[in-house]
Design a protein around this ligand. Sequence first.
Ligand code: SIN
Ligand code: CO
Length: 379
Amino acid sequence: MMKTLLGGMSPRQFLEDYWQKKPLLVRQAVPGFTGVVSRDELFDLACDEDVESRYVRYLPDSPGSEWVLERGPQTRGRLRGKRQPWTVLVQGLNLWVPAGDALLHQFDFIPQARLDDLMVSYAVDGGGVGPHFDNYDVFLLQGIGKRRWQIADQEDRTLVEDAPLRILKHFTPAHDWILEPGDLLYLPPHWAHNGTAIGECTTYSIGFRSPTAQELGAEFLGWMQERICLDGLYADPDLELQDNSAEIGPKMIDQIERMLAGITWSRKEVAAFVGEYLTEPKSHIFFDPPEKPLSRKRFDAALKKHGFALDARSLLLWNETGFYLNGEPLDFDPSDREALAALAHHRKVAAGTPFSDTFVDLLHQWHEDGFGHPATDHG
Ligand code: SIN
Ligand code: CO
């Protein structure tokens, strides 16, 4: 992490005073920053069907339908509009551009398990997505040009009805700043904000994930469903004659309640679930295994010479129960634990690092699966 990123503040202090508590504006957090993609590259991504993008236009003169939202892939024509202010937002930039992945991981003073993705927006003068609030934390890093950010910690979260995107009905800004290239604004969840382009500009959003209890519960129950193994069969040798045969009698409910009480779980299962859940690639993510994978021997040589980097799509996390890669628990030699933890933390290993045969076997397997690569392209 660069020293300037938090304006000289230590990550520890940032966590103590700002994270999930209050906004922070850092001038020149990334000195000389002008973004990680050019406008043309950004437009190419927006027009790509594999990339998640949104186009938003504001038509102040059409009451009731001021906001227009078009999901990608975008068309080039749409991105040439000059008459009304518009913006285009590209999600998951870290998946497509190595420099985007590197930028995202500048922020891993926050656990990787909380990181979501890097989004970029391009807007023409006056463009933006309107005043709104998000349910997660965000760092907004200004790329090219200037953007005016107005923010507020308001209680009123009423949204404009029938708008295609979430727009606050009432917005009373408490702070008003103009961000220039390299300036950074951190916002905790639920802070209302409105970013308006002053001239042409790009903004990079480092976004986080905060699953809801409902989402965790539903996912966990789905995960548990594949693992529960209950014994026994409903039985009633003491069945008594009922007055009404349609009644599901209390004894039947008692017995089923006892049977279902066999569905239990331990912390270990919660931890294993969390490892798999948080490393599960999003549904539109596919890996590209190499057409001609290197042999084990040539891979070893490439590893020594170039090192190894996880693919930008790969998620490798660990906890008290083990390591998890892309939604699966990892099988590994216990003596490789430290090397694995270091790789998970840095997402790469330097050329010339000495590794055990079992560790090289593991990396070679990942190379074959497209989960990681000898680090030639990644520096
Ligand atoms: C933008 O970049 O225009 C939108 C970012 C946000 O408000 O979360
Ligand atoms: Co927002």
